[in-house]
Design a protein around this ligand. Structure first.
Ligand code: ADP
Ligand code: GLC
Length: 484
């Protein structure tokens, strides 16, 4: 497995959760998985177990590999190369990408491929994630026999660089056009991953369909269409140990579907953590939580369009995230305007994220697009009702509430408009106030769902077997979009 971030060592988003939870789940199924990821500043990685030497960009890079166990059958090998990774940021610093990101992440793929080629017990499948690992199948092609699969977590991040990088990264001009990592006369790592891998997966079945359309393809719709039957959607799971209300060390008290009293304590702790009032009125009022990168993808522009109305809704907001300065300012401004109703924390804070999932009554994700989304699944598990846009993985995980039979787990809206979003929020707030019985049912419906990785990991195993079979000359089989 090759990925540029892995929880709990490095994380900017859901990729990190997947990169460590999937190997663990595969390990539990009896497979043997090694994740190769950079050793960024501050990662405590133990002694070196191996060395790689690769020539790139006119110099010989030497790196050590440091092993840390993840669980039965699963381990991380940290790629330690201080000139490339020992920096204050993962991808950027002061809102500016590092100039040598092409080199930093090409090296990650090249090192992973080099390592696997030297294993006495051969690696059967290489699984690379997102543009940072996109060159993996290109480097791997020179060294059979491992087959590569590539997972797209977010098609909007395309790893596009000046084509002058082609020779320094050890790529050939023939590959540039013939294998197709040329993207509008530039080099795209994402395109390399998509075109050169045996199978391409996206992180939900609905997103696998959406990416073939201009609205969600971000210029890659043609590339994704061309992938044809090689494109498969597999829903992410969640780390059921990490996100479990009955054993979550970040909460004041455990709770489960049979006894939600601990959730009330979490609500109180959440309001306190945000310095919001904690009187009887405040405890009775619904809390709407959000944990998110503050970017357009997550619907921040839609929220901005409703900004002046939020303080007058019958709700308290607890917001956590970092992102575009204009959205950080918007939330800070709203909080200064209504400090008793709007709590905002700009920053990255694992404990607070858990407290929001547990202590909030509702969780909002009005995403413009959402390849999978993990927070709505955490919310469901914690009895926190999601209010989400019907897009991507949100469609595959949240079912609309049906007053007729009490089925469903949340509230969805389709049009990306302030009116549609307001209507969904209002419907949720109204049910919370006026029909507590239906609300409790909604919570329990969500809490009973199983989002653990075991199911999704088994889907990946099917794909691995399929690429191994095709590698041996058998034609590929299997459905185009496997439901998670
Ligand atoms: P994306 O990867 O697009 O950002 P996901 O929903 O897949 O969205 O995953 C986001 C992950 O990052 C979740 O585990 C979420 O809890 C976490 N997260 C996002 N922002 C923060 C933050 N400010 N503090 C703590 N955790 C955060
Ligand atoms: C990306 C997507 C998110 C997904 C995550 C993990 O960051 O934006 O929807 O859940 O990857 O696959």
């Amino acid at each position: 497995m090759v990925a540029s971030e892995a929880f709990p060592f490095s994380k900017t988003g859901g990729l990190a959760d997947v990169a460590s939870a999937l190997p663990k789940a595969l390990g539990r199924l009896g497979h043997d998985v090694t994740l190769i990821t950079p050793r960024y500043r501050g990662i405590d990685a133990g002694p070196a177990v191996d060395t790689v030497r690769i020539e790139m960009a006119g110099r010989l890079w030497e790196a050590t590999l440091h092993e840390v166990p993840l669980g039965p059958g699963a381990r991380v090998l940290f790629l330690d190369c201080p000139p490339l990774y020992d920096r204050p940021g993962i991808y950027n610093q002061d809102n500016r990408d590092y100039d040598d990101n092409a080199l930093r992440f090409a090296f990650l793929s090249a090192a992973a491929v080099d390592w696997q080629s030297r294993q006495a017990d051969p690696v059967q499948v290489i699984h690379a994630h997102d543009w940072q690992a996109g060159l993996t199948p290109i480097y791997a092609r020179r060294l059979p026999p491992a087959a590569t699969i590539f997972t797209v977590h977010n098609l909007a991040y395309q790893g596009v660089f000046d084509k002058a990088w082609v020779p320094p990264l050890g790529l050939s001009w023939a590959d540039f056009t013939v294998s197709g990592f040329e993207f509008y006369d530039r080099l795209s790592f994402l395109k390399a991953g998509v075109t050169a891998s045996a199978v391409v997966t996206t992180v939900s079945p609905t997103y696998a369909e959406e990416v073939t359309r201009p609205e969600y393809g971000y210029g890659f719709e043609g590339v994704m269409q061309a992938a044809g039957p090689r494109l498969v959607g597999i829903l992410n799971g969640i780390d059921a140990d990490e996100w479990n209300p009955s054993s979550d060390a970040h909460l004041p008290a455990p709770y489960d579907a049979a006894d939600l009293s601990g959730k009330v304590l979490a609500k109180r702790a959440l309001l306190e953590a945000y310095g919001l009032p904690v009187d009887a009125d405040a405890l009775a009022r619904p809390v709407i939580g959000m944990v998110s990168r503050m970017v357009d993808q997550k619907g921040l522009d839609l929220i901005a369009a409703l900004a002046n109305e939020l303080p007058f809704l019958d709700a308290t907001f607890t917001i956590l995230g970092t992102g575009e300065p204009r959205y950080q300012e918007m939330w800070r401004g709203l909080s200064a305007w209504r400090p008793d109703r709007i709590g905002v924390h700009v920053g990255y804070d694992e404990r607070r994220a858990h407290l929001i999932e547990a202590g909030a009554d509702m969780f909002m994700m009005p995403s413009r697009y959402e390849p999978c989304g993990l927070n709505q699944m955490y919310s469901l598990r914690y009895g926190t009702v999601p209010v989400v846009r019907a897009v991507g993985g949100l469609v595959d995980t949240v079912r609309p509430y049906s007053p007729a039979n009490g089925a469903g787990t949340g509230f969805l809206f389709s049009d990306y408009t302030p009116d549609a979003f307001r209507a969904a929020l209002t419907a949720a707030l109204t049910m919370f106030r006026e029909n507590r019985k239906a609300w409790a049912r909604l919570q329990k419906n969500g809490m009973r769902k199983d989002w653990s990785w075991d199911r999704s990991a088994a889907e990946y195993v099917k794909v691995y077997k399929r690429v191994m079979a095709s590698r041996r000359g058998t034609p590929p089989r299997g459905p185009r979009h496997q439901k998670g």
